[in-house]
Design a protein around this ligand. Sequence first.
Ligand code: HEM
Ligand SMILES: *[C@@H]1O[C@H](CO)[C@@H](O)[C@H](O)[C@H]1NC(C)=O
Ligand SMILES: *[C@@H]1O[C@H](CO)[C@@H](O)[C@H](O)[C@H]1NC(C)=O
Ligand SMILES: *[C@@H]1O[C@H](CO)[C@@H](O)[C@H](O)[C@H]1NC(C)=O
Length: 522
Amino acid sequence: MMLELSFLILSLTSISILILICFFRSTSHPPTKTPCPESYPIIGNLPSLLRNRHRFHDWLSDMLSKTPSSTLQVNNFLNLSHIICTANPVNVEHLLVTNFSNYIKGSRYLDFLQELLGHGIFNVDGHLWTVQRKIASHEFNTKSLKHFVSDVVKSELSESLMPNLFKACDHSLIIDMQEVLQEFTFTNICKVAFGVDPGSISSLNFSKAFDDAVEIGFSRFMAPLPALWKLQRSLNIGPEKRLKEAVKVINEFALEVIKSRQEQDGGKNQDLLSRFMLLSSDMEFQDQEHKRMFLRDIIISFVLAGKDSTSTALTWFFWLIAGNPHCGSLIYNEISSAAPLPATASKARIFSYEELKNFHYLHAALSESMRLFPPVPINSRTTVEDDILPDGTYVKKGWFADYSAYAMGRMEKVWGQDCREFKPERWLDRDGVYQPFDQFRYPVFHCGPRMCLGKQMAYIQMKAIAAAVMHEFEILPVDGGATAKKMTSPPYRLTMVLKMRGGLPVRLKRRVTAQQEVNKRD
Ligand code: HEM
Ligand SMILES: *[C@@H]1O[C@H](CO)[C@@H](O)[C@H](O)[C@H]1NC(C)=O
Ligand SMILES: *[C@@H]1O[C@H](CO)[C@@H](O)[C@H](O)[C@H]1NC(C)=O
Ligand SMILES: *[C@@H]1O[C@H](CO)[C@@H](O)[C@H](O)[C@H]1NC(C)=O
């Protein structure tokens, strides 16, 4: 109770300090001349920021679309930090490719996410990153991908996901599609990357702890004053206390994975974790504990990469399909022309790697849904040396350079006037063949040397799930798809990955014909 109270007081005080600073900043400093619109948008709009927290990404998109070159500069409180945020493809190319070495993760990531990610691939630069990137990239070649689909995804679909959905459908249950998908992708990444079935480990509390830790880690990036969360951490109160508890559960899980692998491994496994275990036996560590922490950081990074990104993308995909039923019909036509209904209606049709590759409309619909709802909505880098972006924006050493993939999907300059509409057709040529767009217009998977390693795997997995599910069921959101029409304020949570607020509760409806129902009962 005491702690809760002091936390409350702390928060209230900090908010009033912010408002004071904000007032001070926006009245006493006339804007300086820079190519991007001045006016200290976030500072000047702190009340507006608070009011728009639930639609942060849309608020940012609105502001960015009003600037001449889709780039904003924000001077933070007391000039403690500076941010430029862009939704301009030319700037994105510069930040992520042309001048890659000048825009790094830097000490901020290490500082903000150290408890969760340690020195894992997402959190480091330089040598530590190069080594992990090189080892991990072996895991994502065509051969591994085929194995991934034919073994892991197929068996997970036919033995777990589809039977569960049939059961839920038969009992007319309402299920949270987001949660079901998250469970699926979590099991998948554990099996494919670590060769471990998380069900066999006490993973019950892990997912919850992991989600908490990600959310609290992200809120540090959003905190106007880092001093505040650092104080909370040293006092072990509020979210920082929960983070500490969550990290304990997370570490236990990772150590269980390592232990179970050490027991079963005869050195013949080819998955990601075995590659890193092999590497770690050649590396010099201070002690066993450091070696374990090295492997722990890798495990957690890949859970982060594989667990929520694809499930989030699919959740918005099903949400959009519910609001755009004609697209659902086109997908159904595509997949059912490849596969006549199975003879027994109680068994799901699972598609092969080759079949999935030929689903161009489905591919387009997934790309289109991630254009509007990129799983990683905003991404940030630290500037090493003073630089000038191609549009003339000045960036100084130590400034944060961000790009918003979410805003980019909503720029008329990038996608035209229909940018806010869900139109898979924009990805298809006249023959219905999928045509990728320039990656700088669509940095959903990042670009350049740090581009997502799991892009192909993610597409294959999403197509496999979407095809299997849509072949058997119509997905009916309990709200009748009403929210899917509200594109100005979609229900997302403000965290690292664009999760749906409140999940996606749905009912399932079988597509099988009456005759097949009769056959099934016989
Ligand atoms: C729809 C699904 C996915 C999306 C939208 C996505 C997006 C991204 C983005 C934006 C980044 C850059 C992050 C940053 O630098 O801060 C990234 C990096 C990465 N992704 Fe993905 N990802 C997806 C799925 C996956 C999957 C399934 C895996 C692996 C199993 C994966 C593995 C990685 C790795 C290892 C990196 C780090 C690359 C590096 O820093 O060198 N991703 N991804
Ligand atoms: C705040 O920082 C900006 C950008 O570096 C600079 O132009 C401005 O003069 C600074 N203001 C103060 C009061 O230091
Ligand atoms: C999960 O957490 C609860 C308390 O928070 C604990 O009692 C339980 O043993 C944990 N379960 C597992 C499987 O670790
Ligand atoms: C990249 O950044 C450096 C500063 O580190 C700057 O001097 C250089 O001009 C930039 N290069 C390009 C191609 O813009």
